[in-house]
Design a protein. Structure first.
Length: 280
């Protein structure tokens, strides 16, 4: 009976991940569509200003007559691009620093731990605004800013995992037979921390998107003419008092769905990779 319950839970989680992957694939297709989309589709049309959602304009139009559906799709593709690049860079930084700290030990470990604590002690948004401002904003400033503020948590996790596996008996035995530190890292340590790295990468993605949108919303991110979700929401708040509720609703819902979807995906993959959680 207990085995049946475990199998049921694992199958249920597997179905959840498969469903999430299908939805993510659809979002990726939607994002690619946004990249190749002609700017004419969301260009100003002064004859169609402030139109409510309809069949012709599912998300309505804004104060310049721009179609909010196409503009939101374009903004979503921009946010996903930034989130993907920033999360990937941040995750590989965490992997490198976590491995370095745990394998080198001594003053290197103390230095990495010090910077982890330092970065975690500063609010992300404050650091993001500072980095983006120093780099002149724009796409480069946002990507670098988001990437360089999201590595500490994952670094701490990977360091802890490496510290555990480093003291395992089979690793010590391997060293006694003359295996180099590099070979030990590649053959024993990296495969062990790879699941945590994948989970961390997935969970970093929604945080990267939210912080990019927040940074752009505050005016420290992408230029004002870029069709990004943060800019769309920032502009929408200026006109919501006039009754144009759709300018905030649809782009905001799209952003929330993407963030929640990737966050849920990360949690489910973590459960699948953790046999202890699978038996709870």
């Amino acid at each position: 009976m207990k085995q049946q319950n475990i199998k049921y839970k694992i199958n249920r989680r597997t179905r959840t991940v498969v469903l999430a992957c299908v939805i993510i694939l659809l979002l990726v297709i939607l994002s690619i569509t946004g990249i190749v989309m002609s700017p004419k589709l969301y260009a100003p049309d002064y004859s169609a200003k402030k139109l409510v959602p309809s069949i012709a304009h599912p998300f309505g139009t804004d104060y310049l007559g721009r179609d909010m559906f196409y503009r939101s799709v374009k903004g979503l593709s921009t946010s996903i691009l930034i989130g993907t690049l920033a999360a990937t860079v941040s995750a590989f930084m965490a992997l490198a620093l976590g491995l370095l700290a745990a394998t080198a030990g001594g003053w290197v470990d103390k230095a990495v731990s010090y910077f982890v604590d330092l970065f975690m002690g500063v609010p992300h948004m404050v650091l993001l605004m500072l980095i983006s401002f120093m780099l002149g904003g724009g796409l480069k400033g946002v990507i670098i800013g988001v990437a360089f503020t999201h590595w500490p948590n994952l670094t701490r996790v990977i360091r802890g995992e490496v510290m555990q596996i480093r003291n395992a008996q089979y690793v010590k035995t391997s060293r006694k037979f003359g295996t180099s530190k590099m070979q030990v890292a590649l053959s024993h340590i990296v495969p062990h921390v790879l699941p945590q790295f994948i989970i961390g990468l997935i969970l970093l993605f929604p945080h990267a998107i939210l912080h990019e949108a927040g940074l752009t919303f505050l005016g420290f991110g992408l230029p004002i003419d870029a069709p990004a979700i943060g800019i769309i929401l920032s502009e929408a708040l200026k006109h919501i008092a006039t009754g144009m509720w759709w300018l905030v609703l649809f782009p905001g819902v799209m952003l929330i769905i993407v963030v929640m979807l990737f966050d849920k995906l990360g949690e489910q993959i973590k459960l699948l990779m953790d046999p202890v959680s699978a038996q709870e």
